[in-house]
Design a protein around this ligand. Structure first.
Ligand SMILES: *[C@@H]1O[C@H](CO)[C@@H](O)[C@H](O)[C@H]1NC(C)=O
Ligand SMILES: *[C@@H]1O[C@H](CO)[C@@H](O)[C@H](O)[C@H]1NC(C)=O
Ligand SMILES: *[C@@H]1O[C@H](CO)[C@@H](O)[C@H](O)[C@H]1NC(C)=O
Ligand SMILES: *[C@@H]1O[C@H](CO)[C@@H](O)[C@H](O)[C@H]1NC(C)=O
Ligand SMILES: *[C@@H]1O[C@H](CO)[C@@H](O)[C@H](O)[C@H]1NC(C)=O
Ligand SMILES: *[C@@H]1O[C@H](CO)[C@@H](O)[C@H](O)[C@H]1NC(C)=O
Ligand SMILES: *[C@@H]1O[C@H](CO)[C@@H](O)[C@H](O)[C@H]1NC(C)=O
Ligand SMILES: *[C@@H]1O[C@H](CO)[C@@H](O)[C@H](O)[C@H]1NC(C)=O
Ligand SMILES: *[C@@H]1O[C@H](CO)[C@@H](O)[C@H](O)[C@H]1NC(C)=O
Ligand SMILES: *[C@@H]1O[C@H](CO)[C@@H](O)[C@H](O)[C@H]1NC(C)=O
Length: 784
């Protein structure tokens, strides 16, 4: 059967392939620029001293090629020169796969706090766990992390969006910068990933692991095709933030770019990354992202992972073939030196390999004893989960909605749904990528699946935290922890004064979301409960937007709280907000639509052709920028989130305040047209906008003041683009000033003809408010 199916597919699609060929003609031909270390002069000098003593074989075999070892990625060692092997390990929300580690909140959850202190604190704690486990290089979406804008979130269906922060390049960039800087300060190197325009799982096709509907090596990975302005303003932006924060490594992605494998694409690697952004570290292939040794070596790839590990599943690249290519001059020895220097420079800059811990675990046997690296990280995990809680509906009529009455005045509370309780199977049955537990919603959803998952040491599910909170003087708890027996769920809800319904949606690496509906009968569950309980409160554990229209206007659904993917402390994050000890202060880091067709069409290229193409025709119009430009009313807009108190915004003002850049740990070489200032960096602060925010309600709460720019019409930008945010914690009656520092880059657009950033001439409007559509004060200004 399978064979016959393949034959039919081949016949049907061979005709189409000839019309594709290379998508765009290639206009450029760069050679890999040689690193000089930039601001890492100490690390570079040490690396150079070592590389000068190495043979060609050592540079290739022991540095640039991966092997089987204790970690998901492992380089060789050079015992002769006292250089140890480097351990590379997933992933963006915890050390994976490994035990005795924490499961942190996902990237999207962290972004929903809009709190820079928490973004930094998460990076510190993650960095410590990786370091204390002996991981040299963490895949932050390459401790093999952070996921820095690849995926950014062009498509709401992309299975990995939750690993990253937000589809808004500015918010994503802030979180990426802080994640890189604060993790690397702990010693571990970060790997900003996945570079670049990796926006769908469908047809990602790593080497050796093709889409199952095609025979091996017939269908190429999907090609992301996008223009130069979109590249700079949308997809490159967060990577620029990671590079200037000093990320030691960048991971190239599975997809192709204009028909070239991203791990061999000299335009994006050699030119955009290593020349324009001035990146001094190494480029590492995603596991199976290398397809050819010579093309990748010349195209800008420095380390091929996982090399020969996993029994050669991902091919056999670099190694002996690279030695031969260097020896016969096809790849210069200078280029090979550059690979080794780029790899070792940030290692020496950030790590003392004599004292850095050895890996204390082995991915080949997770039952071996290993050290506990969790420290008190549960606190920052809980705090992020709490500050990420985003209240999107709250109807206080007749005493319903949130917060709940104090426990002693509530007689009964229903807690309904698989997503409210523990997993019946326990974490070790989940598998190293979590998939076994998550697909059918076995217990509360704390993370998505795939390499971005991590084993939780324990999970405080919502029911456990609620039970423990109400112990002395609270309501009776009537629970029903599954989603299909609607009559039993309704019975418990009908016996309760208030009902909490927990529903979820699942997403994981490897596949895209089939639809944007809640999983596991979730919508039917909400409707069954709301039919019998007039104070039904819905909590969503989700990786991205879901469609809520089946029940959102139901008169008995009084409140909805988006809890994102909170990690191991889920229930503890929730209780203080449910009972009003803390006011919710999360804001959506993406848009919720009313229907799937409100999103840009066909953002997942799924036609089963031999060379699938993803044309990024929406260009700059990602997420809210699309809804604004097309005048589509979303269910809840980007930046939206309610509070238990109210806030008033004063008058926005703007002043010229030149401050030379002090934030670029590694300077970029981006070109720009000067204004009349004397600055020399894209990241100089040219203007500061301020607005006073007052708490006009009755309880303490925090507001995220958001600054949106509307460029002069001639610039042809989206109607509103986020260019600043400031979160302020205020007691009743208190006011504080929200401050937004605007860099040259914040005010610029990418000029394709001049190949530089330029501040457009004409009148800008700056607007400030509580969301992208709740703008309360505006001011106009001409910058150029
Ligand atoms: C790049 O330059 C080399 C050497 O000059 C040349 O052989 C090659 O054809 C060029 N490649 C492209 C894609 O232009
Ligand atoms: C690396 O280099 C040394 C020789 O200097 C060799 O003994 C060692 O086995 C090499 N390979 C790996 C994978 O470490
Ligand atoms: C793809 O090709 C177009 C047209 O030549 C070019 O403008 C764009 O920069 C290319 N994109 C990438 C990522 O190479
Ligand atoms: C150089 O070596 C590679 C790998 O063995 C081989 O494929 C290629 O043909 C050689 N090129 C020359 C010019 O000898
Ligand atoms: C629910 O119904 C009860 C009984 O009629 C009423 O006392 C209560 O105020 C109602 N609650 C809401 C939120 O409508
Ligand atoms: C729960 O997880 C187990 C594996 O641990 C799996 O077999 C099962 O299908 C999942 N779903 C349900 C509803 O049990
Ligand atoms: C969404 O996709 C899931 C998984 O394929 C499926 O079970 C569910 O029925 C779909 N829901 C809708 C509303 O189409
Ligand atoms: C709301 O809940 C009450 C029970 O409190 C029920 O009688 C009523 O029918 C529900 N309303 C709807 C529209 O289902
Ligand atoms: C992508 O754009 C190219 C060039 O305009 C076009 O030939 C091709 O049909 C498009 N492919 C898809 C899947 O839209
Ligand atoms: C941001 O997080 C920190 C650390 O948890 C907290 O102290 C601070 O109050 C938060 N800021 C706001 C404005 O909520």
């Amino acid at each position: 059967m399978a064979f016959a199916f393949f034959a039919v597919v081949l016949l049907a699609y061979c005709n189409l392939v000839s019309s594709h060929g290379s998508f765009y003609p290639r206009a450029d031909n760069f050679t890999s620029p040689f690193a000089n270390g930039g601001s890492w002069s100490d690390g570079f000098a040490q690396a150079k001293a070592l590389v000068d003593q190495m043979t060609i074989e050592e540079k290739v075999v022991n540095i640039t090629t991966g092997y089987t070892g204790k970690c998901v990625g492992f380089t060789g060692e050079v015992p002769r020169l006292n250089l140890r092997a480097l351990c590379l390990q997933d992933g963006p929300l915890g050390v994976r796969p490994a035990r005795r580690v924490s499961q942190f909140p996902a990237g999207v959850t962290t972004a929903a706090t809009w709190n820079r202190t928490l973004m930094a604190a998460r990076a510190v704690a993650l960095g410590q766990e990786f370091r204390d486990k002996g991981v040299c290089l963490a895949s932050l979406s390459d401790w093999l992390g952070p996921v820095t804008g690849g995926p950014l979130g062009r498509s709401p269906y992309m299975g990995r969006n939750w690993e990253g922060f937000s589809p808004d390049s500015y918010l994503n960039g802030v979180a990426s910068y802080l994640s890189v800087k604060h993790s690397q300060e702990q010693g571990v190197l970060t790997c900003a990933k996945h570079y670049i325009a990796y926006e769908q799982e469908t047809f990602r096709n790593p080497y050796g692991l093709p889409d199952p509907s095609f025979p091996p090596f017939v269908q190429s990975p999907v090609s992301s095709n996008f223009d130069d302005r979109t590249a700079h303003e949308v997809y490159l932006w967060p990577f620029a933030e990671a590079v200037r924060a000093g990320t030691g490594t960048v991971m190239c992605s599975y997809n192709e770019l204009n028909g070239t494998h991203s791990c061999a694409d000299d335009h994006t690697l050699n030119y955009l990354l290593k020349t324009e952004l001035g990146f001094q570290g190494s480029v590492i292939s995603d596991w199976g992202g290398t397809w050819d040794t010579e093309a990748s070596a010349l195209g800008g790839l420095d380390i091929s992972m996982p090399g020969t590990a996993f029994d050669g599943l991902f091919g056999d690249f670099y190694g002996d073939e690279l030695i031969a290519l260097v020896k016969n001059g096809s790849v210069s020895e200078a280029r090979l030196d550059d690979m080794a220097l780029r790899t070792l420079t940030p290692i020496f800059q950030y790590q003392d390999l004599d004292t850095y811990p050895e890996p204390s675990f082995d991915v080949r046997d997770l039952t071996l004893p290993t050290n506990n690296v969790r420290g008190d990280h549960y606190k920052v995990i809980r705090d992020i989960g709490e500050e990420a809680l985003t209240l999107v509906k709250n109807n206080r009529k007749s005493g319903g909605g949130l917060p709940l009455p104090k426990p002693s005045s509530l007689g009964s509370l229903a807690v309904i749904g698989e997503d409210a309780g523990p997993s019946p199977y326990g974490a070790t049955s989940c598998g190293d990528a979590g998939n076994a537990c998550l697909i059918e919603n076995n217990g509360t959803m704390t993370s998505g699946g795939g390499s971005g998952w991590a084993y939780p040491p324990y999970t405080i599910d919502p029911l456990a935290a609620i039970n423990s909170f109400v112990r002395a003087d609270g309501p009776d708890i009537n629970s029903h922890l599954e989603n299909w027996d609607l009559a039993s769920a309704a019975l418990q809800a009908s016996r309760s004064e208030t009902a909490l319904v927990f529903i979820s949606a699942y997403a994981a690496e490897g596949t895209d979301r089939f639809n944007l509906s809640a999983y596991s009968n979730g919508d039917a569950l909400v409707k069954a409960v709301a039919a019998v309980n007039n104070n039904t409160i819905v909590v969503l554990h989700i990786p991205g937007p879901v469609i809520v229209e089946e029940w959102i206007e139901h008169e008995n659904v009084t409140a909805v709280l988006v809890a994102h993917l909170p990690g191991q402390e889920s229930g503890n994050s929730l209780v203080p907000v449910l009972w009003g000890e803390k006011s919710p202060s999360g804001k959506l880091p993406y848009t919720f639509a009313k229907k799937e067709s409100d999103w840009p069409p066909n953002t997942i290229s799924s036609d089963p052709v031999i060379a699938p193409q993803a044309n990024f025709t929406e260009k700059l119009l990602i997420d809210y920028k699309w809804f604004d430009a097309k005048n589509i009313t979303p269910r809840w807009e980007f930046g939206f989130g309610l509070s238990y108190t109210t806030f008033k915004f004063g008058t926005l003002s703007i002043a010229k305040t030149f401050k030379a850049d002090t934030t670029s740990i590694q300077p970029t070489a981006e070109s720009f047209a000067k204004l009349s200032d004397s600055g020399s960096s894209m990241y100089d602060i040219l203007y500061t906008a301020t607005v006073q925010v007052t708490n006009t309600g009755k309880v303490q709460g925090a507001e995220v003041a958001q600054l949106y720019l509307s460029f002069p019409a001639s610039a042809d930008e989206p109607p509103f683009v986020l260019r600043g945010f400031d979160k302020l914690d205020l007691v009743p009656g208190e006011h504080k000033t929200a401050t937004f520092e605007l860099t040259r880059k914040d005010l610029s657009v990418w000029d394709v003809a001049h190949q530089r950033w330029e501040v457009p001439q004409g009148t800008f409007t700056l607007s400030v408010g509580a969301s992208s559509r709740d703008l309360q004060s505006a001011v106009t200004h001409k910058f150029a």
